[in-house]
Write a protein that binds this ligand. Sequence first.
Ligand SMILES: Nc1ncnc2c1ncn2[C@@H]1O[C@H](COP(=O)(O)OP(=O)(O)OP(=O)(O)O)[C@@H](O)[C@H]1O
Ligand SMILES: [Mg+2]
Length: 288
Amino acid sequence: MLHTCNPDTWPVRVKPAYGAQMTEPEAPAPEGAVVPDVGVRDAVEPLVVLDRVNKHFGSLHVLQDIDLTVHRGEVVVVIGPSGSGKSTLCRTINRLETIDGGSITVDGVPLPAEGKALARLRADVGMVFQSFNLFAHKTVLENVTLGPIKAKGVGRREAESHAMELLDRVGVADQAHKMPAQLSGGQQQRVAIARALAMRPKVILFDEPTSALDPEMINEVLDVMVALAKDGMTMVVVTHEMGFARKAAHRVIFMDGGQIVEEADPETFFTAPRSERAKDFLSKILTH
Ligand SMILES: Nc1ncnc2c1ncn2[C@@H]1O[C@H](COP(=O)(O)OP(=O)(O)OP(=O)(O)O)[C@@H](O)[C@H]1O
Ligand SMILES: [Mg+2]
């Protein structure tokens, strides 16, 4: 079965594409529809499609027949116990991991194996990791401009002006000329988000972006992510931050043992999970 949203029941509001100017007022939601405080897309258009994806690490079957469609403008939160395959799922989408079976397409194009096509894919599919992964010996500004200059051939001045806009948007423009180590974890993660945005990606994958942060810095990063979601960015977010899921996600995918066990809108998932595995998992994280 393909894990897609039913266009008849999935909340859809009219909204300009990411970064575009709003020219028309938003259409009202149909009466009685559950509309998260985000989201908004012109149409239900598949952007990332996984079809019967399988992946082994030796004898370990880490992804088992994964069917998942992420639509343009959709925010999907992936949740599940440690070792369930959440990171591997993200890593296959930008081909940091190869797959053994099935197919993955991004905007209709199968994942390329290597070369320039792979570099283009990596530009389309941004990734934000738990551990920031900034270049330690480059300034914040250089971290954000490097990709566009090296991988996309953007001129330095244009790259710098776009980078400054993005750093401003994530609230760290005043840190542009510092080295990453001079920034707090929350600031570094916001730089990592700006760096992903600098490539003008079609989708951004976030793998536990706040789990390495001190508690007081979590919200500053989540706020940036909620704003991105509201702007219509397509996002796949591995996180156990339920507040974020409730505020920003259209759908929650629950993984266990390499499978998608359950999916629902956030409210339904957190208040009335169907499977025993999801109930058990939620009871553990809720009592934490
Ligand atoms: N490169 C690798 N080689 C061998 N096994 C791996 C590799 N990467 C992951 N695994 C294994 O695959 C399984 C899924 O790992 P994955 O990192 O995707 O889980 P996860 O759901 O992201 O877990 P966590 O919540 O701990 O981050 C785990 O059993 C893990 O040990
Ligand atoms: Mg992981």
